[in-house]
Design a protein around this ligand. Structure first.
Ligand SMILES: *Cc1c(COP(=O)(O)O)cnc(C)c1O
Length: 384
């Protein structure tokens, strides 16, 4: 059996080596390392794939979020509501821009931002909501957009973990994640579902004016060479990363399908176990179906009940099975973001999740033998 990895980027590379190597060589031959033809080409192909009017590439997913908020013209003191249970980048950029982060609890089944908590957090100062499509499944976008419309708020989708996922509306209509809110951000960090070989990110929007504003912001606030109309940043996707992404984009659906296949096998091994709660699908999908992209499993995260989770992690590691705890500390308890305005009692779900969640190896190259080894060892510990 091949050594099990949390993410197998080398194995994935082997399958696309010729195309990737050729694309990188083309960038080197052209010497257009910044703003080369590959960046435009990838941008266009991603716009087509997503069905969104504008993709604005940038340096990473954290920048993408910051730039999206700058583009919307959010001002110091504006309140931005986001989930307590996510990677810190989301709240970090809110704070960096001197906006006021308002963290709220998440749903215990989908791990995504809790709708009732969002409603309760809205004040006259609220300007935006950032739902995070955590672990690869869309937040409840239909309701979030309704709330936003009723209160005149912007919705910024943090789609770093959800690229390729489809959201299903209550009427059955489907739409790609990151194309539903007013603006969205994504990350091409190597381990993300569409990852490059370094850092990368992008902003998506269907709004022409916002896209124009953002294209200037990523380039030092320039709309005309050496005319700086607004305060901008320097945030670029370089040509080599764009070349890698453009080589991988045609495989994204197959990659996500491979992830779903692995998730389905995990689910099957853990079915009806009273100490294991496998990932719950929203969108009326009661299992991981073959024909829809409702969940792209950036992580396969389950909950264990009445189990010493940390001992389980140690046990798996001792069997050479890597695993992760995403996330071990809720944001409202992080030193940088703790605030006396938060009442710990309002974070019942995140406070519970941090004790129960565990993420198993998830990538495009997992084989049956590895999955069986992982699930057998997992069950052996749980059943002992
Ligand atoms: C990875 C990630 C980011 C940040 O992306 P980087 O490219 O690493 O800056 C932001 N939000 C979420 C939810 C992420 O998972």
């Amino acid at each position: 059996m091949n050594k099990i990895q949390m993410v197998d980027l080398k194995g994935q590379y082997e399958g696309i080596k010729n195309r990737v190597d050729r694309s990188i060589q083309e960038v080197i031959d052209s010497s257009a390392f910044i703003n080369g033809a590959q960046v435009k080409e990838f941008q266009k192909n991603l716009e087509n794939y997503l069905g969104v009017k504008h993709v604005i590439p940038c340096a990473n997913g954290t920048d993408a979020l910051q730039i999206a908020m700058m583009g919307l013209g959010l001002k110091p003191g504006d309140e931005v509501i986001t989930a307590d249970f996510t990677f810190a980048a989301t709240v970090e950029v809110i704070a960096l821009l001197n906006l006021t982060p308002v963290l709220v609890d998440v749903d215990s089944e989908t791990f995504n931002i809790d709708i009732e908590a969002v409603k309760q957090a809205i004040t006259p100062k609220t300007k935006a909501i950032i739902p995070v499509h955590l672990f690869g499944q869309c937040a409840n976008m239909e309701v979030i957009m309704e709330i936003a419309e009723a209160h005149n708020l912007y919705v910024i989708e943090d789609n770093a973990q959800g690229i390729g996922a489809e959201y299903t509306y209550s009427n059955g209509k489907k739409q790609k994640s990151g194309t539903i809110g007013h603006v969205a951000s994504t990350s091409f960090f190597p381990s993300k579902n569409l990852g490059c070989y370094g850092d990368g990110g992008a902003v998506f929007t269907n709004n022409d004016d916002l896209a124009h504003t953002i294209r200037g912001i990523v380039n030092h606030g320039m709309y005309k060479r050496y005319h700086h109309d607004v305060v901008g940043v320097n945030s670029r996707l370089d040509s080599i990363q764009a070349a890698v992404l453009d080589a991988k984009l045609p495989h994204l659906d197959a990659y996500n399908k491979a992830r779903r296949n692995a998730a389905r096998k995990y689910n099957k091994a853990f079915i009806n176990h009273d100490k294991i709660e496998t990932p719950k699908m929203a969108n009326g999908c009661n299992n991981i179906c073959d024909h829809c992209d409702c969940h792209v499993f950036h992580q396969y995260t389950l909950k264990v009940k009445g189990v010493d989770r940390d001992a389980l992690v140690k046990y798996l590691n001792s069997k050479d099975i890597p695993c992760g705890v995403y996330y071990p500390i809720p944001l409202h308890k992080q030193k940088a973001y703790a605030n006396s305005k938060y009442n710990d009692a309002n974070f019942k779900v995140t406070n519970q999740l941090i004790k129960e969640v565990i993420s198993l190896p998830m990538h495009t190259e997992l084989d049956d033998e590895q999955i069986e080894y992982i699930t057998n060892n997992f069950l052996e510990f749980i059943n002992e």
